[in-house]
Every structure is written in C-alpha cells, then in structure tokens.
Design a binder for this molecule. Structure first.
Ligand SMILES: Nc1ncnc2c1ncn2[C@@H]1O[C@H](COP(=O)(O)OP(=O)(O)OP(=O)(O)O)[C@@H](O)[C@H]1O
Ligand SMILES: O=P(O)(O)OC[C@H]1O[C@H](OP(=O)(O)OP(=O)(O)O)[C@H](O)[C@@H]1O
Ligand SMILES: [Mg+2]
Length: 283
C-alpha cells in the first residue's frame, strides 16, 4: 500500500481531489478524517497542512505528496519530484508600494522585506549580493508595507489582484510554481510498482486534458485536403456515410490549435462538426 500526503484544506485541496478522482482512485470519506483508504486502489491518503508535506515525504512517513513547488523549495527537504501536475500555478514575487521608484534588485539593500518564504528569499538575495532584513510572517503579508511593518513584501502572486488592492506593484518574479507530485527517495520495489500503476493512470488523465475528440462529415472529393490539415495521433478514422459522396472523419485535436484547424476544415467543406471531451488517453 502506498501512502500519499495531500493538503487537508486550502488552495490545493479541490484540484488534488479532482485529480485523484479522475485517475479513478475512489475515496470514501474525506476532509474530516485524517487518513482515508481508497476502496479500489492500494493507496492511502493522509490529509495535512501543506507546510508539513515535504518533511512527511522526505522521512518516509508518506511515500508520496502533492504540494506547491514554492513550499517544496522553501522546505528544501530531501525528496524527489516525480511529476509536475500543472495546476495551482502561481509565482513568488517581490513587490513594493506602487508609488516608489524601483531601480533593480539593489533597491532592497538595507530594506525590510516581509514574507512567509524566508528560505527562498534569502537564497535569492544572496545570489543578487543584496543584504536585507527578512521579517517572517505566516499570513496577510500584503498588508505589511501599509502598516509600517516592512518596506516590501515577497509572496505568492497569481492574478495580482491582492497586490492591487493593497496598492503594491510586482517588481521581481523570483520563481514560478505549480503543484508537484513528490516522492520518497527510498521506496521499496513493491511500492515503486504501485507508483508506476498510479503514474500510468495519472498520465492517461494528463495526456487527455487538453485534447478533444472531433467528428465531422466531409465531402469525399476534398478528403485528401481535409486529412492534410489534421494532425491526429496516427491517421484519422474515415467511415462511409449513407449519403453518396460523403464520409465521416474522426480525429483528436489539441486545444491549442483547435479553432485554427476547425476554421480550415469548414473552409474545405466539412459539416456537422462535433467536439467531445476525452476522459483518458493512453498513447
Ligand atoms: N492565488 C493563488 N493562485 C494559485 N495558486 C496558489 C495561490 N495561492 C496559493 N497557491 C498555491 O497553493 C498552495 C497552498 O496555498 P494555501 O493558501 O492553501 O496555503 P496555506 O495557507 O499555507 O495552507 P495550509 O493551511 O495547508 O498551511 C501554495 O503553496 C501555492 O503553491
Ligand atoms: O494574485 P492573487 O490572485 O490575488 O493571489 C495571491 C494571493 O493568494 C494567496 O492567498 P489566499 O487567497 O490563498 O489567502 P491566504 O492568505 O489566507 O492563504 C496568496 O497568499 C496571495 O495573498
Ligand atoms: Mg494562502
């Protein structure tokens, strides 16, 4: 049985739970129970504060963890990144009161910076050759300059609206972050086998994430041109239609180039285009 540590509540909770569910890991009770076993996969889920996840995985109390890259880098625990999960994207940035003129990293020399990420910040300042005072607070970092607690802040930014509402401006992006699947470095062979099975499922979900299954009716006389604009996994499936001169074409399209390709297909005479979500994809 594998044990995975996840955030009990907060920014990562919902997406972590949906991701496990999409990977067909069934969990009966959640949230109020600290440890929950899956009913259909040899996996046990341990609910923790995100701060405690890196250490829990590094020491082997849990074999795996889902945690923000920012938290993982801050704690600098000895565990490995198994997979980048692509959700909870944010960045760790330095910000100042918006009316102050910023002159580059040297601006921070001798200044006081409030943050919940002293480890990452001190590494950055050292790299830049800047000496500044770091004031550690665990929350509401953005109010610090306004109440005279610090000259600047170093915190999580996503949309930037928390900065704007506190009259701050982002001046340096120090790191980008996303949710990570991390793993203990000394897993047994048996556990590694279960992990491979879990990764197989997770990869099938991730691969399908930005893909669509597309069906259309195509005039036979333009079939070659239509096939030429389709990237597809291999070649598209082509099936005859009852109506003379027409066929049905099925393929998989990437969301990124979706609208551009649909436009070309229409121009080539494709009709009745249907677009369906794909749940899982095994390449
Ligand atoms: N605004 C945001 N947009 C996107 N991702 C975010 C945002 N804020 C935080 N995150 C990511 O989600 C993680 C968890 O954030 P959250 O605010 O729930 O942490 P927390 O308050 O420290 O929670 P805990 O109670 O578990 O210690 C962060 O470490 C970061 O990776
Ligand atoms: O750039 P934005 O989209 O405004 O997001 C950034 C804010 O989001 C997080 O806080 P959260 O909302 O999780 O509240 P918390 O301080 O209680 O953790 C983070 O600590 C920032 O304050
Ligand atoms: Mg938060």
């Amino acid at each position: 049985m594998l044990r995975i540590a996840v955030q009990a509540k907060g920014r990562l909770f919902d997406e972590t739970m949906s991701f496990l569910e999409e990977s067909d890991i069934k969990l009966s009770a959640t949230k109020r129970t600290l440890l929950v076993q899956s009913s259909n996969f040899p996996l046990e889920v341990l609910f923790l504060r995100d701060d405690d996840i890196p250490q829990t995985v590094a020491t082997g109390v849990a074999d795996l963890g889902i945690v923000g890259e920012n938290e993982f880098m801050e704690k600098a625990e000895d565990a490995e990144i198994v997979k980048r999960l692509g959700f909870s994207k944010c960045r760790l940035s330095l910000a100042l009161p918006k009316d102050i003129e910023y002159t580059g990293p040297q601006w921070f020399e001798g200044k006081k910076i409030a943050t919940s990420y002293p480890g990452i910040l001190s590494r950055y300042l050292k790299e830049q050759g800047v000496r500044a005072e770091i004031h550690v607070i665990t929350g509401s970092v953005e109010v610090s300059p306004g109440i005279g607690l610090a000259d600047a802040i170093f915190d999580i930014v996503s949309s930037g609206s928390t900065l704007v509402s506190n009259r701050l401006k982002e001046v340096e992006v120090v790191m980008k972050s996303e949710a990570l699947l991390i793993g203990n470095k000394n897993m047994s062979e048996e556990k590694k086998e279960i992990l491979d099975e879990l990764l197989f499922r997770m990869n099938a979900v991730k691969t399908a994430e930005d893909k669509k299954y597309v069906l259309m009716n195509a005039p036979k006389d333009r079939l070659d041109e239509i096939i030429a604009v389709l990237p597809g996994m291999k070649s598209p499936t082509v099936m005859p239609l009852a109506q003379e001169g027409w066929c049905s074409v099925h393929t998989v399209l990437d969301e990124k180039c979706f609208w551009e390709i649909i436009g070309k297909l229409k121009a080539l005479g494709a009709e009745g285009i249907l677009v369906l979500p794909i749940e899982k994809m095994i390449l």
